[in-house]
Design a protein around this ligand. Sequence first.
Ligand code: ADP
Ligand code: MG
Length: 319
Amino acid sequence: PHVARLIAAGEVVSRPLDVVRELVENALDAGASRLEVEVEGGGLGLIRVRDNGSGIAAESVALAPVRHATSKLEPHPGAVERVTTLGFRGEALWAAAQAGELHLVTRPAAQVGAAEVVAAGEDVRVRRTSAPAGTTVAVRNLFARLPARLRTQAAPTLEVRDITALVGRYVLHHPELHWRLTVDGETRLVHAPADHRGAVASVYGPLSANRVLRVEAEGVQGVVSRPELTRARRDRMHFSVNGRPVLAPSELEKAVIEGFAELLPSGVAPLCVLDLSVAPEDHNPNVHPAKQVVALADLPGVAARVRKAVAQALAAHPL
Ligand code: ADP
Ligand code: MG
């Protein structure tokens, strides 16, 4: 059972990037306006996410690293279909505690004292402490108990590159928040509240930000870059669906490109950040454990809206 548990945890958290994503999503679910992500040793040494969100009340803090314990789902059928939070499985902190050493300090703003949870494998300790309002979660020595997992990890520089891109995606979709990413003690990314254009400036630099146009249509909000200055980099096409950053189906990337019509040379992709809103029943976030693959019941309809929104933005800002 011990080995089975470790293997199961390794499915939820298979690389440092997964831990970063889960901790950031927890901070967003907690309504934080300020998120700080720290990574050391490619994430295998340390991953720490500090937020100023709701915190966890003293009476439920011991449950945080318990498998399937979540505060985000009502215990009745159909709740999963209506979930509006990024998390709902209650597995991330549990998996992090199995795969590494979890250290959590949390305090709801209205509570006087803070709680500290230290969990490694099955060992969970809780004690009282003092701390600012919000939550700090640190995961150390990831995969130290899973040598097979440790051996298959990418080089730290590659993992850091992907983590930086991941945090950048969250910044692009949540430009209204304060963000900071620190790698081995050096600031990689800072962002103060701004609009989508400001987020493009923080993530890709001011030159890219100067090239973007606002896209503002029913259910499609964001920015798209001017075509004459675009590059063939589809890794700069970003979509979220109902607040959840997703790996967009290629139909959506294609829709953006088609929105440019003849304005876009072939083989070139624009930078875009588009936040899509769809009816809850048109969207199933429950298809993949990492929840990044999006299942849209009416993908052609959504793609058509995106195509039209991009075309309108280009028409409104003649080049
Ligand atoms: P899930 O997010 O699917 O509920 P997690 O294992 O990620 O599961 O977290 C377990 C629970 O711990 C959450 O449901 C939430 O109540 C609490 N929690 C975790 N991180 C935070 C945070 N940063 N701020 C407030 N509560 C948190
Ligand atoms: Mg979670």
